[in-house]
Write a protein that binds this ligand. Structure first.
Ligand code: GTP
Length: 239
């Protein structure tokens, strides 16, 4: 265990990460590969909680286009994260990883309700806990959920897995060839440089609780393992 930088992590997976190139729905080989990557980290003895997004099933913009009430659209988004949570649970269990799925909105026939102390106990007993349903409130992102749950369960770090982007840049690397990648930032740097890492609610919660955040590329095999073993990949935000 000595080579592990973090012992308890919250892994934030976007819904899009499950979709692969199609950008929509769940791509079976892609979710299987993610489950295998997580299993490899789990086998190191790391306690893992996962917060999953829902953008592969439902995008808030679709609600806007329909003239839908924001809260209504957000509830659809929350249900999307629960569908992803169920799929992730199934895929993790198919690679022999014990899991518990907890939802912020009660749907007892489908999953356990979110109970902080129970979640911590599951982690201690070697189960991966998947937190689905976001915070259970409209207007809050799954990034905010990741920071909130990390604070609640005293996680050592939040691993923010990105699709194809390998860290935090000075500008959008897809559109600006001069964009520079940062290896290390403080919370204050993020404010001073005006960087958009998470939405402002998630950022301020993260800042207040000072939990290290690692932003890295999920699409490179072995990357989650590298982060927990302290290899310098992606961007680390701490201090
Ligand atoms: P221990 O307390 O450590 O024994 O944890 P456990 O999760 O193994 O015990 P429990 O008897 O609470 O759960 C057994 C199974 O039922 C697990 O797969 C749980 O996820 C599931 N489970 C527990 N509570 C609920 C619930 O409210 N709804 C649903 N759908 N499943 C639940």
């Amino acid at each position: 265990m000595s080579d592990l930088k973090y012992k308890r992590i919250v892994l934030k997976l976007s819904g899009e990460a499950l979709a692969g190139d199609k950008g929509f729905g769940i791509n079976p080989p892609v979710i299987k590969t993610i489950a295998e990557e997580i299993r490899d980290v789990y086998n190191l003895g790391i306690q893992i909680a996962i917060v999953v997004g829902g953008g592969n099933m439902w995008r808030g913009e679709a609600g806007e286009e329909m003239g839908m009430e924001r809260s209504q659209a957000d509830y659809i988004g929350m249900l999307s994260t629960i569908m992803n949570g169920l799929a992730l649970q199934d895929n993790l269990e198919s690679v022999e990883v014990p899991t518990r799925l907890q939802t912020s909105i009660e749907m007892k026939q489908i999953a356990e309700p979110y109970i902080r102390r129970k979640a911590v106990r599951h982690l201690e007993k070697g189960r991966i806990v998947i937190f689905a349903g976001g915070t259970g409130n409209p207007y809050f992102s799954t990034d905010t959920t990741a920071v909130l749950r990390a604070a609640e369960i005293n996680a050592d770090a939040i691993l923010m897995a990105k699709n194809g982007v390998d860290g935090i840049y000075s500008a959008d690397p897809k559109t600006d060839p001069n964009a520079k990648k940062y290896d290390h930032l403080t919370q204050m740097d993020i404010i001073n440089k005006g960087l958009h890492v998470m939405d402002t609610t998630a950022s301020s919660l993260s800042m207040d609780n000072n939990i290290p955040l690692v932003v890295f590329n999920l699409n490179k095999p072995g990357n989650i393992k590298k982060v927990v073993q302290g290899e310098k990949i992606g961007t680390i935000v701490e201090g």
